[in-house]
Design a protein around this ligand. Structure first.
Ligand code: ZN
Length: 140
């Protein structure tokens, strides 16, 4: 399943750090792929991607495509932003409980006037900035 992409006419205010290990995540996200690492020993997913399982310490990790669906656990709208994000304010951020068992934090994107309410279904989307992608959530 390919994530929907939303073009953003600017560069990322705070580009993510990338390493040789996380490069496959960023390369995939640029193509709309939502993937992270899964432990072969205990079967648990991790995000961000990790070379060692934080649950059982196994180093037998493999990349897997993940379901992008989840539930909005919490959200807020930031009006007084840190200096680096000041020209993007106000913007919404959230915590999402994904159906696959991960809890992640992302930007929260509007959809057709749907009111943000804890518990609503959300899906992940890709914000395609001029200098690369970022993950975000949006009501379904
Ligand atoms: Zn494990």
């Amino acid at each position: 399943m390919t994530l929907e992409s939303i073009s953003v006419a600017r560069k990322r205010s705070y580009p993510p750090r990338m390493s040789a290990f996380t490069q496959p995540f960023w390369d995939g996200l640029a193509q709309g792929k939502w993937q992270s690492t899964c432990c072969e020993a205990c079967g648990k997913f991790t995000f961000p991607p990790k070379p060692i399982c934080p649950h059982c310490w196994s180093d037998k990790m493999q990349w897997k495509s993940l379901s992008p669906r989840g539930t909005l656990y919490s959200w807020t709208r930031i009006h007084a932003a840190p200096k680096v994000f000041a020209d993007e304010a106000p913007y919404a951020v959230c915590v999402v409980d994904l159906d696959i068992g991960l809890r992640i934090a992302t930007r929260l994107v509007e959809r057709d006037g749907i009111e943000f309410t804890c518990g609503i279904p959300v899906g992940l989307v890709v914000l395609q900035y001029q200098d690369g992608p970022l993950l975000a959530s949006r009501p379904l």
